[in-house]
Design a protein around this ligand. Sequence first.
Ligand code: SF4
Length: 365
Amino acid sequence: MDVRLARLKYHRTMNKITNILRKIVSRKYRRMIRKYLGLDLVNKFVLRKKNLKLANPTELAVELTTACNLKCAFCPHDKMPPSFKQKDVDRSLLDLIIENVEGFSNKRIHMNISGFGEPTLSRHLFYIIEKIKKNFPLVHTAMNTNGVLLNETTRKGLLSSGIDSITISLNADTPGNYAKIMGADYFDKVMENIKLFFESVQNNRTNIEIAIDLMDINNQEIKTDVRNISRQLSRYPHLYHIFLRPVLNWGGVISGESFNAEREKKNVFADRYPCISLWRTIGVDNDGYIYPCCLGMQLREDSGLVLGNIKEVSILDCFNSDKLKAMRRYHLENNYSKIPECEKCDFWSFSPNIFVKDSSSGHWK
Ligand code: SF4
């Protein structure tokens, strides 16, 4: 198996273990358990020995719509230029993406159908999941939603579509905090939707991964958030895990200062490493533009991140293009300023560092 793929799978498993541990033991003991089991050593010395190339992206992000029904304070949606239109993707474009996946030699990929909008607003939501699951059962389908429209129709449609995992961005633990962060007074509605969704999952005995996202706003507050949400969902302890999400800067558009001053103070850029997205991800926006990461969907077609348009060039050609190879090289050589979009972006810090630094050149491999 490709070693980079193995590392990614390893990290995903580790995240799951950490999330389970988070519910039952404190941070100090979690660290001790990882150390005692030698999990960090496995990562460091066994999985990093070789460095092979991936044949195709293992993460495919597909944008169904650019429309959104919230105004989150950490999202640059309302800072977009007037040329940015909120609209649904064309079904023909989704069919083209499916044709592209047909050409992948490794179809065990992770496909997220979210992009820069709220997917439950798209009329193609069930169509794309059903088609993918029918044609490529090995593809892991996932979506992020704010849960506002997780009504009976959406719940039924999602569960019968065969989707593998859903992340609900709740981001707060009280109506007041929710309104402040998400820009609307929907906390009670979303909590009710989550509970009804859990009931449907239980009744249907559906095997689906569910994560509840909470914003990791200055460490002290988040502990209360996790406790409050866990208490409210105590009837369904085995159905979901809580995922703590840091506030990212969307390529420098958003400042984390107001949400996570602690993280800002640490200056994540001081310990910069290459962005794993360049080796594993392809994002396709609702106009067919192809990017090497999810951030591209926010910077859109005028940014230097565009690798082509799926109407003219295939995903595989973009993934193996000279442009993307050069971007990977710049990252390995710590030459981030060669890509202005990457220079200011902190998305790379959201994924683990799977690279090793060469002590003489300072480059990564
Ligand atoms: S650093 Fe940011 S802009 Fe650059 S590839 Fe990674 S996510 Fe995209």
